[in-house]
Design a protein around this ligand. Structure first.
Ligand SMILES: [Zn+2]
Ligand SMILES: [Zn+2]
Length: 66
């Protein structure tokens, strides 16, 4: 998980709370984009992306299916 006191690497202003699943940078609550992977056999899970990865179909695979 994330180290306490890590700054968000996207805005650099807030404390990071989660890591981007695509590029791995720490993100704060303001910058994180959550995607609900609600299909598949594991019952669905919520994953976190930074705004860049969220809009990249090669990283955020949910976009491919829409
Ligand atoms: Zn941020
Ligand atoms: Zn990212």
């Amino acid at each position: 998980m994330i180290e306490e006191g890590t700054d968000c690497h996207y805005c650099g202003e807030e404390n990071a709370v989660i890591l981007c699943l695509g590029c791995g940078i720490p993100l704060c609550n303001q910058c994180v984009r959550l995607e609900n992977y609600g299909f598949g056999c594991d019952g669905g899970k919520v994953v976190a992306f930074c705004p860049d990865c969220f809009t990249d179909p090669s990283i955020n695979t949910v976009l491919k299916f829409e």
